[in-house]
Design a protein around this ligand. Structure first.
Ligand code: SF4
Length: 207
């Protein structure tokens, strides 16, 4: 169990940084996103299954670990980097937390991501996650660049969708379990998305 020298988060802050849904414990480390998805609930309110995920400020390593410890992480099946923001924007923090969690707890670690981290950082960041992340779920969201742009308003233009597909391909080389996911939203061709995911050699999930 991680024991910070002194409490670094209030109960309210702690509940925003670490929250449970079912048997998964989620870490919410940023509200920043590289996309502006049309279907994202956060543009109405930062609430998910009753959890308030609006951060007062971006947390430090110590604050996230303290919040994790407050949750008394027993009876969970996995730890997931996922909140109302794109965790891999804070790549160094993700790596540091994942390394510490693996050392202390050995729970499987999953990252839910928009798949644009290589574009954001200007390099292939997936080797940084090798041996630290067990599953990566990538929001593919469309089967073509035009639909992706309409749904996700990526700042990278046509490169955004290509970047997601490349990210999925490269993830397979470093992460044991890779999932391409889509939202069942009007205009999304689910069959074409499934076919694309399978052609990329990864699992497919409708969320
Ligand atoms: S990447 Fe996720 S959190 Fe960010 S806008 Fe899209 S759905 Fe919302």
């Amino acid at each position: 169990m991680y024991e910070p020298e002194k409490p670094t988060v209030s109960p309210k802050e702690s509940a925003t940084l670490a929250y449970k849904i079912g048997r998964s414990l989620y870490l919410n480390i940023t509200n920043r996103c590289s996309n502006t998805c049309i279907f994202c609930p956060k543009f109405n309110q930062y609430k998910l299954y009753g959890h308030d995920l609006l951060l007062a400020a971006e947390p430090s390593f110590e604050e996230v670990m303290a919040a994790f410890a407050v949750m008394e992480p027993t009876g969970i099946d996995e730890i997931v980097f996922c909140g109302f923001g794109e965790s891999l924007i804070r790549l160094e923090l993700v790596v540091r937390i994942a390394r510490e969690l693996k050392r202390l707890y050995r729970y499987p670690v999953r990252i839910n991501t928009d798949g644009q981290a290589n574009l954001v950082h200007g390099r292939n960041i997936l080797p940084d996650l090798a041996c630290l992340v067990d599953t990566i779920s990538v929001s593919m969201n469309a089967s073509d660049a035009e639909t992706y742009m309409q749904l996700c308003d990526t700042p990278f233009g046509d490169d955004g969708f290509c970047g997601v597909c490349d990210f999925i391909r490269l993830a397979k080389q470093q992460i044991p379990n890779v999932i391409a996911s889509v939202v069942d939203y009007p205009g999304v061709d689910l069959d074409a998305c499934r076919a694309l995911a399978l052609s990329l050699g990864v699992s497919f999930r409708i969320r």
